[in-house]
Design a protein around this ligand. Structure first.
Ligand code: NDP
Length: 444
């Protein structure tokens, strides 16, 4: 049995109840086969793959808080410190009822390679809770965030582990958590990223994941002799990533005609009105039905369905496993040229393979949504030097990083004879740096 298959079997036996984690490990290890096979004896002796698939440390804790009726509620908090070979742990905090240890482990595992791809010195981690901020008052959200941070603050720090936002954790939640960290630890330091601009946040961090997604998409198109001008895009999601992806697509001369949330989706043939979407989602925190009510050109549909709309470019920006094999078939049938993932693991493995086999240029989230964490690392740099850079400065660094990522993953795929397989290219390029650092640091 090959070393990759041996490790896959061990990981499956050990983590049988964590399907998302297994899916992420399988996708990465499968595409690393040519690299591992070339160094099989060395890596097996060092148990390098077993080590990379096992978090360095993970915390699971009780988060009690009091709701507006005076009732005590109890949630579960998590932080997985997956790999610190190339820098302090870095990765977001997800607040969503679906959160469990397996989801956090899948995200933390992906984060190792994504962070490595940015070229910046950041290791992989992830955290969160099964708390749902939706429908809660500001006071309830604050009560939860303070309780969550009261425990989390024991494990994080500006030089050890620096969490950020993710699904359900936006500027409001980061603000409450930062305040509580500062109060308990007595330290004013860059322990979280995605902070407000008045207390250490970086310009462009809010826009970074969506903008970065479009910068890499544009480079992909350019490399294939195409431009963004006049292209039709479909996006899923209506949160942080989706909003700024749509905005940048429009700035580049493309038109994005869909968005979605967990209850339904919008088709707006005139192009999504980003200002209206921001008002509904960021300010009023309403459902997408409010968008359709305010915009005569838009249709609202219950359930899921954005992938049935004809497009040149598909941008999944909501959550994991939201683009399935039938969606992939529909995209191919409609002549879609490129799929670039804003979310983490939104496309299932069979759907990814179908897209690749049918000539769709596919860039996975590890590379395509790395702009968020890259800009978080730029926020850490600014905090360390106690300076704030201009919007243009951060934006141009973000763009350079995304263009570099594209060429790194393209080159890595070519080096191993897999030209055009950007998924393998991303896994290989991300892995090589981490593996080298782990080997250099001995058996830890
Ligand atoms: P937000 O919470 O801002 O938005 C998430 C969007 O996806 C919302 O529209 C939400 O709908 C929808 N959604 C969430 N869960 C589900 C579900 N189970 N089914 C259908 N729709 C769902 O999160 P972000 O935009 O920050 O994150 C989106 C994705 O991008 C995630 O996979 C995240 O891990 C990834 N990502 C985010 C980064 C960032 O910087 N924010 C960086 C890199 C990756 P509703 O409003 O109804 O909840």
């Amino acid at each position: 049995m090959s070393y990759v298959d041996e490790v896959l079997a061990k990981v499956k036996a050990k983590n049988a109840s964590e399907p998302e984690f297994l899916q992420a490990v399988e996708e990465v290890l499968d595409s690393l086969r040519p690299v591992i096979d070339a160094n099989e004896e060395k890596y097996r002796k060092e148990a390098l793959l077993e080590r990379i698939c096992e978090p360095e440390r993970q915390f699971k804790f009780r988060v009690p808080w009091v709701d507006d009726k005076g009732q005590v509620q109890v949630n579960t908090g998590y932080r997985v410190q997956f790999n610190s070979a190339i820098g302090p742990y870095k990765g977001g905090l997800r607040l969503h009822p679906s959160v469990n240890l397996g989801i956090i482990k899948f995200l933390g595992f992906e984060q190792i390679f994504k962070n490595s791809l940015t070229g910046l010195p950041i290791g992989g981690g992830k955290g969160g809770s099964d708390f749902d901020p939706k429908g809660k008052s500001d006071r309830e959200v604050m009560a939860f965030c303070q309780s969550f941070m009261t425990e989390l603050c024991k494990y994080i720090g500006a030089d050890t582990d620096v969490p950020a936002g993710d699904i359900g954790t936006g500027a409001r939640e980061i603000g409450y958590m930062f305040g509580q960290y500062k109060r308990i630890r007595g330290l004013y330091e860059g322990v979280l990223t995605g902070k407000g601009l008045t207390y250490g946040g970086s310009l462009v961090r809010t826009e970074a994941t969506g903008y970065g997604l479009l910068y890499i998409t544009e480079e992909l198109m350019k490399d294939h002799g195409e431009s963004m001008e006049g292209k039709t895009c479909v996006a899923s999601g209506a949160g942080n990533v989706a909003i700024y992806a749509i905005q940048k697509a429009h700035q580049m001369g493309a038109k994005c005609v869909t968005c979605s949330d967990s209850t339904g989706w919008i088709y707006d043939p005139e192009g999504i009105d980003v200002e209206l979407l921001k008002e509904i989602k960021e300010v009023k925190r309403e459902r997408l039905t409010a968008y359709a009510e305010a915009r005569p050109s838009a249709e609202y549909h219950e359930g899921r369905g954005v992938w049935q709309i004809k497009c040149d470019i598909a941008l999944p920006c909501a959550t994991q496993n939201e683009l399935l094999i039938d969606d992939a078939k529909q995209l191919v049938a409609n002549g879609c040229k490129a799929v670039c993932e804003g979310a983490n693991m939104p496309t299932t493995i069979d759907a990814t393979e179908y897209l690749q086999e049918n000539g769709v240029w596919f860039i996975g989230g590890k590379a395509a949504n790395a702009g968020g964490v890259a800009t978080s690392a730029l926020e850490m740099s600014q905090n360390s030097e106690r300076l704030a850079w201009t919007f243009e400065e951060v934006d141009s660094k973000l763009k350079d990083i995304m263009v570099n990522i594209y060429h790194n993953i393209d080159d890595a795929a070519k080096r191993y004879g897999m030209e055009g397989n950007y998924v393998a290219g991303a896994n290989i390029a991300g892995f090589e740096k981490v593996a080298e650092a782990m080997t250099a640091q001995g058996i830890v």
